[in-house]
Design a protein around this ligand. Structure first.
Ligand SMILES: NC(=O)c1ccc[n+]([C@@H]2O[C@H](COP(=O)([O-])OP(=O)(O)OC[C@H]3O[C@@H](n4cnc5c(N)ncnc54)[C@H](O)[C@@H]3O)[C@@H](O)[C@H]2O)c1
Length: 245
């Protein structure tokens, strides 16, 4: 990734942070984007490499355009984009307010769409690029009490496939990653919210452990890199066997 310019969203925490740190270690110049500006700045401080923090809400179209303009000015033309920002919801459809539904779609689906919409023409003009979207096994199989989240991640997978076909000729590859349960600040918050213990969650995993943010970041890195030059429109599952049965 030496010399390449990357934008990583959700870079203040968990999988996004691990991805921004890995991309920087691998030589990319990284714009570490998060709605939580302090968290993004911590990623910048902790990086062994070139990382600039940016406070951006990916669901806000003008903020996304400003983000890409800033990337052009301060780092150069983006050729790698990892859309990792996301939010969850832990309810069945009848218990999901319209506000929660729209918030989940605003970040997970609209945010991914907006970053792709505005990055792709710039990538195409510069000769191509690679986009990795963060889906989830929740977009492949139903999970109980996750109606809005499952639907939003299904949208990310479908969007990924549509973009992959539309932009083959632009030399822009678009893939997504479908993690199972990954130990991150998010999952710790979720356990508190639903009143489940970490031990019970771990016991449900075929491998008897959760994934790590670094394992998912490695898959994002692979898909973003030239090692995956023949991959576009793929949904790569990393779930410790959760959906194998
Ligand atoms: N942790 C898991 O088990 C798991 C499994 C499958 C998929 N995922 C997906 O991976 C991604 C990251 O999850 P994580 O576990 O690292 O979560 P996390 O909560 O630790 O990190 C998510 C980051 O996204 C940021 N963010 C939220 N809304 C934003 C917005 N509007 N604009 C910009 N940034 C925003 C948050 O501030 C946070 O820093 C999410 O898309 C999530 O759906 C996580």
């Amino acid at each position: 990734m030496t010399g390449k310019v990357a934008i990583v969203t959700g870079a203040g925490s968990g999988i996004g942070r691990a991805t921004a740190l890995l991309f920087a270690r691998e030589g990319a110049r990284v714009l570490a984007v998060d709605v939580d500006g302090d968290a993004a700045r911590r990623t910048e401080q902790d990086a062994e490499g070139s990382v600039i923090a940016a406070q951006v809400d990916v669901s806000d179209e003008s903020a996304v355009i400003d983000m890409l303009d800033r990337c052009d000015r301060e780092l150069g033309s983006v050729s790698l984009l990892a859309n990792i920002a996301g939010v969850g919801a832990t309810t069945s459809a009848p218990d999901t307010s319209l506000e929660v539904w729209e918030k989940v779609f605003a970040v997970n689906a609209r945010g991914t769409f907006l970053c792709c919409k505005h990055a792709i023409p710039r990538m195409a003009a510069a000769g191509g690029g690679s986009i990795v979207n963060m889906a989830s096994v929740a977009g492949l199989v139903g999970l109980r009490n996750r109606a809005a989240y499952c639907a939003s991640k299904g949208a990310v997978i479908a969007l990924t496939r549509a973009l992959a076909l539309d932009h083959v000729a632009d030399r822009v590859r678009v893939n997504c990653v479908c993690p199972g349960t990954v130990d991150s600040p998010w999952v710790r918050r979720l356990l508190d919210e639903v009143g489940e213990s970490l031990d019970a969650l771990v016991a449900r995993q075929p491998m008897g452990r959760l994934g790590t943010a670094e394992e998912i970041a490695a898959a994002v890195h692979y898909l973003a890199s030239d090692a995956a030059a023949f991959m576009t429109g793929s949904a790569l599952v990393l779930d410790g066997g959760l959906t194998a049965g």
